[in-house]
Design a protein around this ligand. Structure first.
Ligand SMILES: Nc1ncnc2c1ncn2[C@@H]1O[C@H](COP(=O)(O)OP(=O)(O)OP(=O)(O)O)[C@@H](O)[C@H]1O
Ligand SMILES: [Mg+2]
Length: 229
């Protein structure tokens, strides 16, 4: 029988935190490893951010990430959504792993890993979601078996209807940006594996793309100024 995570409130889950992946504060959530009777899960709690950010923006970020996790429920490289104990937090499956550019114990077979990573990103796009924050290498994890795990879907962009041309155009661009993360990670860990087929970010954007990126960054900065210390 699977463990019933749904019975626990955020406060109860927090009492069972055994490690902190990220301490909240400013615009950042708490990301905690929870262990109840040997069952492990990860709690991402926007309630750990600064008060006004948590109050006003927290529910939106939590809703966005849960929506993406539901859409990606069948994609193996994405954690499973286990419960949503309140509107600022959610619980997901724990994957014992290391951040891809901060390895200590895991020694990947890099060509094999990058093939798996390309396939994993293609699965996410196939399900109609562009991750949109994969260029941040802390969002790509690797398990001891060499499997990629992609976390942190808060900035994701969902593909809309085929007739929504602006949406389709943006989805295509954001998907290319996701794929350019592979080039970026390769450049840090195995630059010899970069080939002409790898996407360079400057080849993607064009003027409109850069404007969309600039707008996104501007909204992030503004919300941080307004709502955090
Ligand atoms: N399901 C998981 N299994 C194992 N480790 C995880 C999991 N989710 C997150 N982590 C660890 O926690 C770290 C932070 O998680 P995440 O990227 O979701 O938070 P964040 O960067 O603070 O979020 P945000 O960018 O939304 O502020 C990850 O880099 C990873 O090391
Ligand atoms: Mg992250």
């Amino acid at each position: 029988m699977t463990f019933n995570w749904q019975q626990y409130s955020t406060a109860e889950l927090r009492k069972h935190a055994v490690a902190t992946f990220r301490e909240g504060g400013g615009s950042r959530p708490d990301v905690l490893l929870i262990d109840i009777e040997g069952h492990k899960a990860v709690l991402k709690d926007q309630g750990g951010a600064d008060k006004w950010f948590a109050l006003l923006i927290g529910p939106i970020l939590n809703w966005r990430e849960c929506k993406a996790l539901r859409k990606l429920a069948a994609v193996p490289c994405i954690p499973d959504l286990l419960s949503v104990p309140d509107k600022r937090s959610f619980l997901m499956s724990y994957h014992e792993s290391e951040q891809i550019t901060r390895l200590t114990r895991i020694q990947p077979d890099w060509p094999v890993f990058f093939n798996k990573l390309s396939a994993a990103i293609a699965d996410v796009h196939q399900a109609g979601v562009a991750h949109n924050d994969l260029r941040n290498p802390t969002n790509t994890l690797i398990t001891a078996d060499g499997e990629p795990i992609l976390v942190d879907l808060v900035a994701c962009f969902c593909q809309g209807q085929v007739w929504n041309r602006p949406n389709q155009w943006l989805f295509k661009k954001f998907s290319q940006v996701d794929r350019s993360a592979i080039t970026k990670i390769k450049s840090k860990v195995a630059p010899e594996l970069i080939t002409d087929n790898d996407i360079k970010p400057e080849e993607i954007a064009g003027k409109a793309g850069m404007a969309a990126k600039g707008l996104g960054q501007w909204i992030r900065k503004l919300s941080r100024r307004l709502f955090t210390h």
